[in-house]
Ligand binder design. Sequence first.
Ligand SMILES: [Zn+2]
Ligand SMILES: [Zn+2]
Length: 349
Amino acid sequence: MRALVLRGPRQFAVEDAPTPLELEPDDVLCRVDTTFICGTDPHIINGDFPGFWPPSFPFIPGHEWSAVVVETGTRARSLGWAAGDRVCAISHCGCGACRNCLRGRYNLCLNYGHADRGHRQYGHITPGAYAEYVRASVKSLVRVPDGFDLETAACVDPLSIALYTVKRSRLQPGDDLLVMGTGPQGLMAILVAKALGAGRIIAVGSGARLDLARSLGAIPIDYRAGRVVEDVRGLTDGLGVPAVLECAGTAAALRACCLAAAKGGVVSVIGIPHEDPTLPMKRIVLDEIEIVGDRANPNTAEDALALLVNGRVDLTPLITHRFPLAQFARGLEVFERREDGAVKVAINP
Ligand SMILES: [Zn+2]
Ligand SMILES: [Zn+2]
């Protein structure tokens, strides 16, 4: 099969690779339809997580994908999976046996990284879907209904992360929401929050992506003016916002989130800052600001797909570019440079 093979930091090519024909009982072999470039992919490709993502070379990345099943493992078959099933995927696959997996917190699997114990994370430590074929456990798959397009379904991984981030903020219908950062995750969070009945959505960002946030219905704040906390307080009678999503990944942004939250507010964090921020601890303690970390998308993929299938969320404005797998390098460049308003860039193997 043709696949994007990573041979070292920033060394990659689309070349022939062995098709992963040997299936574990829970596995299915899938013919990939679409794989979207995730913000994590450039870091994986650049070698920003040495020895971790990926653990070794050569490696096939890619974890936001949809496909059609072509072969099934024995247990997958008895569970009702069959050739022709249309599927989309999430990256995490817990061991299924540890305490956290049994509690449904498989994103925090205690056997993370131990393939021999059944743990997988596709596109990070387990081969992914920038390839014509990918082998995946049915634990990481969701069926896509007939008639719903597989390209949009390939966004279920990031959309379900956005849904998890919103749920972890404990946003209630009518609540104001602050979204810090207008990258793909922040923009998807705006769409999810609208679907879940948020009051006003305030988005902090800059440039074309902040304009896009505005066109999706958010009140824009340009962080470059240096008045984010003052502006949020100005919009909320000085009270701040009960639900805050940190999707920017900088120390300054997380600090601003803690200051812009209302008393008793929740800051739900998916951005990972390079350095640890200095946090306003007096405020966090005395005003009971909760900071919650969000890892990936446990148990939210089916619901994210339901938001798409039932027309509650329309990702059309975010899907901006498409490239065949052979032109992956060009697609990556467009994504990294945000050329021509690029947000979600699709790769078609
Ligand atoms: Zn991703
Ligand atoms: Zn586990």
